[in-house]
Write a protein of this length. Sequence first.
Lengths: 468, 236
Amino acid sequence: MNNLKLAVRNLIRNRRRSLTTIFAMVIGMTALLLFGGFISSIYSGLQTGIVQTQGHLHIYKEGYLEFGPSRPTDYYIDDYENIISQINKDDFLKQRIKVITPVVNLAGIAGNYSADSSKTFIGSGVIPSDKNKMGTWDQYGLGQNQKPLSINDNNTTQGVVGVGMAKMLGLCESLIIPDCKDRPVEIVKGKKDEEVDEQVLALSSLLEEENQQESDSKKKSVQIDLLASTGSGAPNVVSLSIINARKMPNKVLDDSYVTMHLTQAQKLVFADDSRVSSLIIQLKKSEMIKETQAHLSKYLKANVKKQTFEVKNYGEFNTEFFQIIDMFIVIFIFIALMISLVVLFTTVNTLTMSVMERISEIGSLRAMGLRRSAVRWQFLLEGAVIGVAGATLGIIVSIIITLVFNQSGFSWSPPGSVDSSNLKILLFTNPLLLIGAWILMTMVATVSSLLPARYASKMNIVNAIRNN
Amino acid sequence: MPLDHALAELQDVTKVYQTGEVKVEALRGINLILKRQEFSFIVGPSGSGKTTLLNLLGCIDVPTSGKFTVLEREISTLTDNQLADFRNKHIGYIFQNYNLMAVLSAYENVEYPLLLQKIPKRERHDRVTEILDSVGLFKRKHHRPAQLSGGEQQRVAVARALVKRPELILADEPTANLDSKTGSEIIDLMLEMQSRYKTSFIFSTHDTEVMQHANKIITIKDGKIENVAQKERAST
Ligand SMILES: Nc1ncnc2c1ncn2[C@@H]1O[C@H](COP(=O)(O)OP(=O)(O)O)[C@@H](O)[C@H]1O
Ligand SMILES: [Mg+2]
């Protein structure tokens, strides 16, 4: 007969009371774990979305994030192909990088003169095949792939816009976009006195001829003109044949986004095909981010003397991600605290009752020579047994519920993503969740037995024996 | 320890209970010497101080004043842990309400004091089996207290007190909850055990009928010793 057996037997003796306590713990544990698993799925869903579209690391010219957009021609990466090949020479980096691709970020005004509308735009010039490769990143096996871009590497004059943008530019009907209607056509004469319009008109008529041949082959596509300022401040215009519209994750982007081929964007902003705004790096695994970032920064400093770069990770160029995750973590901590409190009070109550019932037993054990500390340990052990039982059962119940839930095929679109994907509770992604919750509950139950155990051990023996 | 050494010595021992404003003098000036290997009765009406005296002798309480030693040890100088270890080693207790552990079988209840003394498993088994046999409960060793009658529970309690072979066993009105037939069976059992194991027994009762077999009868009234009768024990 050891102490553990004794504790278990005493708990079994008050079966109903012990089970009620354990049940309360199981409910608390399950709630905590399911919510934790849900946060895990938000974390990985959100991260996957960001990594698929924006990669893990960005290489910029130093200062780009702060000042770049105002002076795109001061903050660019020159001779980017050489830098990419430099990076590919390094084994450490090569082993970790899945995709490295240049991108040109730009902003300006887009005009569709056939529909007589124009709109400010933000956009990027990319290498479509690289982007598509990035869109298949799926470290967590979520199956939430990005739809491939409609543009391809070979045709540099094609582009894709956001659905909202398509609507504003009157492209819906031509592109045959579902749930998208063009503005009712009133014949309103464009205001000729607007300077920008005039300039756009003038410049675009020049370009239209240039691109005539290409745009003719696409039946559905619509030619729009993009106006942006170059480094010198002078406006520049290129044409783009929009071949598709693509829903963007938020309205601001959806209403203004244009994706085009890298070359076309370079033509518009730099008039030079060796310059890009940044290099995007997608890693094979997100865990590699810190080491790769550090290595890459050092490597670039050592190997590219002419330019100074900064390497930012997705938490730095996309502050939203950690804001959202931090918010959920705060909620999680709050819930964990609440549940711990409930478990604490339930267990304190159970163990206090247990002590009260056994006052004369405690008294006689002490009279027989049991030390105070042994009495204390006995009740601490009972608390710990309740804790272990509740925590373990809580994990088992959570796993069962998770399995059932994940089989049921609920779907959702995680924040920041367009397409809905399967909603899965990711209970096992972060082993810390299960282990941490188990330890927490066991500890809370043990801590709750401190007070009753202390009370039991400090009892006056004479009075305890009299208590019959 | 030589036989002529006293089991316990009390000189002018008093015990005062203070409950708020009210002071109760449970013992007032007890002078007493108890010898080893005797079977002593403490007799007195309810409230006379029997339990208080036994608690002192059992080292679970300390006197308010006076000189008090058990087995040559000044009890009031010992720390709580030393006291517990002292009781564990030297003193067995038998209670009016048996106070067996409800979740343990008869066997396990008897085994428990040996676990406290960290006695190895084999020896535990032999000693528990022997003592359960002596008190006639070997067949019921797997029963829990709730499945045993009052008399049987008290037999288990006797076995539990005896199994660790203490110097002294204290029994505070152990027959009070039993019918007189069962009660005298328990007393017979204790007397038999006392002569077999040579343990000192101190047995308190308010029933003057049951004490013809005592070596010593201490009569107590209002916290004072009225009379100490020493006699040779009639043979059983
Ligand atoms: N813990 C206590 N607090 C206050 N008074 C007590 C306490 N224990 C005993 N007494 C009082 O001391 C006296 C002796 O009690 P006790 O030793 O139990 O007598 P007995 O066992 O002979 O019935 C009684 O008057 C009782 O009320
Ligand atoms: Mg009494």
